[in-house]
Design a protein around this ligand. Structure first.
Ligand code: PMP
Length: 402
């Protein structure tokens, strides 16, 4: 009997991936040279498996802001804002998020994961309900676990199913917080937000949209899927992260309800952890300014993901979402095919993400690609060419087997 016995199935799944020089899970990246280039296994690669949607990690203004804050304010805050003091820059970033949405309240968290944990666990108490999409990110599920509310799941992207769940609550639906994401990172699909809004309105429920992957990507000002759909007025809370389009680490929750400020007093993941470093706050402030103004970056990103989406569709790949987006998921028949694709792409100098069971829902095998505004036309050409040579080789193989 050992505490470690429970890890046996995970260890077996890991062992099944083999012991290739370059691991397909937690792949070692030797170094990163730009938003889209790195070195893996000693060789240069195009990074197509990061969430650097606007490519801001190496933006000169972002880097300069971080450098300046590091020199001026030191390397860390060494404590939580509640216990050890709240820096002016943290408050300024909260005001800037709030201003971007035209809303009165914002809370900054140390990670996007904690933004969900801290918001959901504090907002929903023992008499309340968290009504979450079944394909929600782990941070949403963990927020439900930390909260003392009743958690109810509804079928992924299914407004009728949500309707039935809320109907069962009767007037208690007014104490229900519906949680959806602006873009689901596993398959790259988006929610039918207008239909969800209609349902939650009819039942008097509240709505939180996690725009982790859609912030910076959709909407005229990059505020996400709700902005793009013209539905920001219908949303009670937007949660997001600094770790994707904003090119840092941290998270936020913004709201048209002033009372969000009270969450600061009750949220354990906000109170009992150190606040982000001054450099992270400074880079995020600059990245946010660039993001809100970043229509050209968004246009370039949309051009890039539309091109690759179209090319992969033309090669008859099964894609996770019919609609092009910054996360392009290719559904492959089994883990061996997915692993072979991942390896062949890496051999061609393209780094992508392998997603296989038990990390995926319903035993799905995926190859996931994240596009960036910083990818050049030549880099997209190389991605398309690499897929073409994989499909050609497979066609030849299949023909010679006939
Ligand atoms: N929400 C969603 C939908 C996510 O996909 C993620 C991370 N991928 C998070 C929250 C957590 O964000 P972070 O990694 O910045 O902590």
């Amino acid at each position: 009997m050992s505490l470690f016995d429970k890890f046996t199935p995970l260890a077996r799944a890991r062992a099944a991936l083999g012991d290739a020089d370059i691991a397909p899970i937690a792949t070692p990246i030797d170094s990163v040279r730009s938003a889209t280039e790195g070195i893996i296994g000693g060789k240069p690669v195009i990074l197509a498996g990061t969430n650097n949607y606007l490519g801001l990690t190496f933006h000169p203004r972002v880097i300069e802001a971080g450098r300046e804050a590091l020199s001026r304010s030191g390397s860390g805050t060494t404590g939580s804002r509640m216990a050890n003091g709240s820096y002016a820059a943290h408050r300024a970033l909260e005001s800037e998020f709030a201003a971007a949405f035209g809303w009165p309240a914002c809370l900054v968290f140390s990670t996007g994961y904690q933004a969900n944990l801290g918001t959901l666990s504090a907002l929903a108490g023992p008499d309340d309900f968290l009504v979450v999409d079944a394909d929600s990110h782990a941070s949403i599920y963990d927020g439900c676990r930390l909260s003392s509310a009743t958690t109810i799941r509804f079928r992924h992207n299914d407004p009728d199913n949500l309707d039935r769940r809320l109907s069962r609550l009767g007037t208690d639906a007014r104490r229900a917080l519906v949680v959806v994401e602006g873009l689901y990172s596993m398959f790259g699909d988006q929610p039918p937000l207008r239909e969800f809004v209609e349902v939650k309105r009819r039942h008097g429920a509240w709505l939180l949209v996690d725009e982790a992957h859609s912030f910076g990507v959709f909407g005229d000002r990059g505020l996400g899927t709700a902005e793009q759909a013209g539905l920001l007025d219908e949303v009670d809370f937007v949660v997001g992260t600094f770790s994707k389009s904003l090119a840092g680490i941290g998270g936020f929750c913004v709201s048209p309800h002033r009372e969000l400020e009270l969450v600061r007093l009750a949220s354990r993941p906000y109170i009992f952890t150190a606040s982000p470093s001054p450099a992270v706050i400074a880079t995020t402030r600059t990245a946010l300014e660039i993001l809100v103004q970043g229509r050209d970056l968004r246009r370039q990103l949309h051009r890039n993901f539309s091109r690759l989406h179209q090319a992969l569709q033309a090669m008859d790949y099964r894609l996770g979402s019919p609609k092009p987006g910054p996360v392009l998921a290719i559904v492959l028949p089994d883990s061996a095919t997915a692993l072979a694709h991942w390896q062949e792409l890496l051999d061609s100098g393209i780094y992508t993400n392998l997603m296989i069971p038990p990390a995926t829902p319903n035993g799905t095998n995926l190859l996931r690609i994240s596009l960036s505004a910083a990818h050049t036309d030549q880099q997209i050409d190389r991605m398309i060419a690499a897929f073409e040579s994989i499909t050609e080789a497979r066609t030849v193989e299949a023909q010679s087997a006939d």
